[in-house]
Design a protein around this ligand. Structure first.
Ligand code: P6P
Length: 338
């Protein structure tokens, strides 16, 4: 056995055997994966590549842009413009949508991404990542210019979603609606090697991830839940919990995909976080699709994230996702303390 199964082999199998992915989406995902290789290379250079530090500019979120944020965004735009399988792209780093230039063929898919999530960790060498989501262009948009409203589809409409995590290994975690698989980048051959053919999240956990410094702002449900976690075995939840918080959603979610846990960035009483901090379209939805496909659950506090009807491209949402039984416990706290 000389050649391990790689991304192309997996996607061709999904296309041929299960029909869950079209040739068009397969090419799109291979192109996104190629862009993630280039981002991984840029990230790994760090100070040697002159890519650390911030720019003077701010993005639509009002966040100071890191050099690598902009570089990663440019890499994804450039890689995906010419292929003919996209009608437009949307990014955390861009105010509005990016239509495919007229001199390239217009495709039937929409790509949304957070090009480099976890930017606050870039300059301190902690794992960061790229998050992406694929939607289909509404039929009626084939004969007109793509509008922002064409992107505003609930997460259940995603045809694919994934993330690349740039850590000790560079990995690509992907779903096309047939479970979740993981690929490890072989930097010697440049191949995405299938190393995790069936990722499942354990239904039970004793590990929560939340930024505890926001405790005074939390809604009662979250406050009571975390209080009960901290009571340990003697408390109502009957187990001793561990805590992790990397402050890089891709890294925190990847840990949960690997060993279970619950990730929480809830709405809180701060004006800027009253709807949540994380973005629905290119963070919460793709991660929720992956988590559910791996047997987990994802809610905004009360409702399933994938069923939220979006009303704005950059809208924020509360995020509670991970091990199914633990997410359901938190949902019970919301019902009890609402
Ligand atoms: P805080 C990174 O900036 C990010 O968008 C997510 O990746 C991460 O989970 C969250 O914000 C961390 O937020 O408030 O803990 O710095």
């Amino acid at each position: 056995m000389y050649l391990k199964k790689n991304l192309t082999h997996y996607l061709v199998e999904q296309q041929r055997q299960h029909g869950v992915v079209t040739a068009d989406v397969r090419l799109l995902l291979e192109t996104v994966a190629r862009a993630c290789k280039a981002i991984s290379h840029a990230v790994s250079k760090g100070a040697l590549g002159g890519v650390l530090g911030s720019l003077e500019s701010e993005n639509v979120q009002g966040e100071v842009q890191k050099k690598l944020d902009v570089i990663s965004n440019e890499i994804l735009l450039e890689a995906n413009e010419w292929g003919g399988n996209l009608a437009a792209m949307a990014s955390e780093e861009m105010d509005t949508l990016h239509r495919i230039p007229a001199h390239f063929p217009k495709g039937k898919n929409l790509l949304l991404f957070d090009p480099l999530d976890g930017s606050s960790n870039i300059d301190v060498n902690v794992s960061i990542g790229t998050i992406f989501s694929v939607l289909q262009l509404p039929e009626e948009a084939n004969t007109r210019d793509v509008q922002e409203a064409d992107f505003l589809q609930p997460g259940v409409k995603q045809v694919a979603a994934g993330y690349a995590v740039y850590g000790p290994q560079t990995m690509l975690i992907l779903t096309v609606g047939a479970g979740v698989v993981g690929f490890t980048l072989d930097k010697e051959t440049g191949s995405w090697v299938l190393t995790h053919p069936a990722i499942r999240i354990p239904e039970e956990t004793a590990e929560f991830a939340i930024n505890m410094s926001n405790q005074r702002y939390w809604e009662p449900a979250i406050r009571h839940y975390i209080e009960d976690c901290l009571k340990g075995k003697e408390g109502p939840l009957g187990k001793n919990y561990n805590m992790r918080w990397i402050a890089s959603m891709v890294a925190d979610v990847h840990r949960i995909m690997c060993r279970g846990g619950i990730f929480m960035y809830p709405r809180d009483q701060r004006e800027s976080v009253r709807h949540g901090k994380l973005r629905l379209m290119y963070e919460a939805n793709p991660m929720s699709f992956l988590v559910e496909q791996a047997g987990g659950a994802a809610i905004d506090g009360e409702q399933r994230i994938l069923e939220i009807e979006p009303n704005a491209l950059h809208q924020r949402v509360g995020v509670i996702l991970g091990s199914k039984n633990e997410v359901q416990r938190v949902q019970q706290y919301h019902l009890k303390h609402s």
